[in-house]
Structures are given as structure tokens and as C-alpha cells.
Design a protein around this ligand. Structure first.
Ligand SMILES: [Zn+2]
Length: 253
């Protein structure tokens, strides 16, 4: 599942391929696309800016129209700069010159006016994004701690209303780097521990945006063992959504 770092990277790539350009083609050839028959509204508009907010991608076009995408579990963007047409029947194709972006699958794909976007209840509920300019680590940690003392830190980090953009790989990696067990209750952690966990999650996201991949961590390391101590990796589903937690019982307490 794409996490916030992937969406930030996608926003950058979308801007690099199509930013400042007028859309020569805007089409939704797949009948299953939520904007089938409407994508042409983007034709002739200029992509002014693309941004990520948590796992949501917002592309702002001229004359007050925005594209809102959320990839859910299985959506994806394919962005190219070589002018080649995308494979298959995507949910959306945008192209201008040699820049081509194609989107398929996912949870949300819609065209929305900037004024409606400003009041969007889904976006309004999101917690702060660790990669947003001006992200306040201390305030975000306080927000996590205020969510309930009995909440496990591994579950809290996945709650998009507390902090937005962290998914399963990032929270597992961040907690491992911070040497904190995902099963510790938020109320039993010192404020500095919660800040350290968030700091490492953000660090992983920054590295992934720069390099295109996340640093090695405990996530899916069950065969290799803990990258720090070599010990066995524990795995168990956590929270209502039963997301898989990976942790090292030796390094993470
Ligand atoms: Zn270890």
C-alpha cells in the first residue's frame, strides 16, 4: 500500500513531468474510472502545483479545478517523461509534450473545485503530515499522546487523524529505529519517546522521497533477522485493522 512518502514523491514527479504545462490530453478511457466522461474538464488547463497531504494527492489546475487522488491499497500512478503512451486503460491519462501521467485503481479519484476542496471533511480530519513544511514534531507527539493513554503506539501511528501519511512499513521501521516496541501504550511512554518514534518515521519518509526507497529496517525482515542485532523478528497483527507488526523483542522494549 502506498504510504505518504510515495505520495510526496509522486507529487514531485507529477510536477516535474507536467507542472506549468497546459494539458494537451486529459482522458479517462477506463469505464470503471470514477471520472470516466469527465476527465476532459482538465484539457487545456495548466497544472499549477501538485502536493501530498498524508496519503492524499492533490493536483491544482488553472481556473480553480483540482484533482484529488487516494491510492488506497492497490492504486498507482505511472509518470513518464519520454512521451510514451501508458499501457492498458488507466483511470486517468494526462499528457503534455513528453510528460505523461497515468493513474489506475485506488480509493478516491475525483475532480473538485478549489473552494470545495478547502472545506473537504476528509482532508480536514487529517492530522499533521511529517513531510509538510513547518511540521511541528512536539505538537504532533502531543496529539498522539492525547489520543488515549491505553492506545498502543504501533496503532496510534497508523491513525491518519493523529498524524497523516504513516503506513505500515514506515511505522514498523520508525519504531524499530527508535527502539520502541509497537505494543507499548502511549500513556506509558515518555513524551521524548513519542517524539523519537515520530522523528524516525519522518526520517524514513525523507530518505524515501530523496532516494526512491526506504532504508533497511525490521519491516519484512523475518528471514534475515533484525538488521541491528541479528535476532529473530516477531510478527503479529495489531489493532482493529490487524495490520502486521514486525519488531525485535531484543532491541525494542
Ligand atoms: Zn534487534
Amino acid at each position: 500500500m502506498p504510504e505518504g512518502d510515495t505520495i510526496h514523491r509522486t507529487a514531485r514527479r507529477l510536477e516535474a513531468a507536467l507542472g506549468g504545462k497546459e494539458m494537451v490530453l486529459a482522458d479517462a478511457p477506463n469505464p470503471r474510472s470514477p471520472i470516466h466522461g469527465r476527465a476532459a474538464d482538465l484539457q487545456g488547463r495548466v497544472l499549477e502545483r501538485a502536493e501530498a497531504r498524508g496519503k492524499h494527492l492533490l493536483a491544482h489546475f488553472s481556473d480553480g479545478l483540482a484533482l484529488h487522488s487516494h491510492l488506497g491499497m492497490n492504486g498507482r500512478w505511472r509518470i513518464r517523461a519520454d512521451g510514451r503512451a501508458p499501457y492498458g486503460k488507466p483511470w486517468l491519462v494526462l499528457s503534455s509534450g513528453r510528460g505523461v501521467a497515468a493513474q489506475s485503481g485506488g480509493q478516491i479519484l475525483r475532480l473538485v473545485s478549489e473552494s470545495r476542496l478547502r472545506n473537504d471533511p476528509v482532508l480536514a480530519r487529517l492530522g499533521p503530515d511529517p513531510l509538510a513544511p513547518g511540521f511541528d514534531l512536539e505538537a504532533a507527539a502531543a496529539r498522539l499522546r492525547s489520543a488515549g493513554a491505553r492506545l498502543e503506539i504501533g496503532e496510534a501511528l497508523l491513525d491518519q487523524s493523529l498524524v497523516a501519511g504513516i503506513g505500515n512499513a514506515i511505522r514498523n521501521g520508525g519504531l524499530w529505529a527508535a527502539r520502541i516496541s509497537p505494543w507499548r501504550r502511549v500513556g506509558d511512554l515518555e513524551p521524548a519517546d513519542v517524539e523519537r518514534a515520530l522523528h524516525h518515521c519522518r526520517r524514513i519518509m525523507e530518505i524515501a522521497v530523496e532516494r526512491g526507497r526506504r532504508p533497511e529496517s525490521i519491516y519484512r525482515a523475518e528471514r534475515r533477522g533484525c538488521p541491528r542485532c541479528g535476532g529473530p523478528v516477531s510478527i503479529r497483527g495489531q489493532g482493529d485493522a490487524n495490520r502486521t507488526s514486525y519488531w525485535c523483542p531484543t532491541c525494542q522494549t
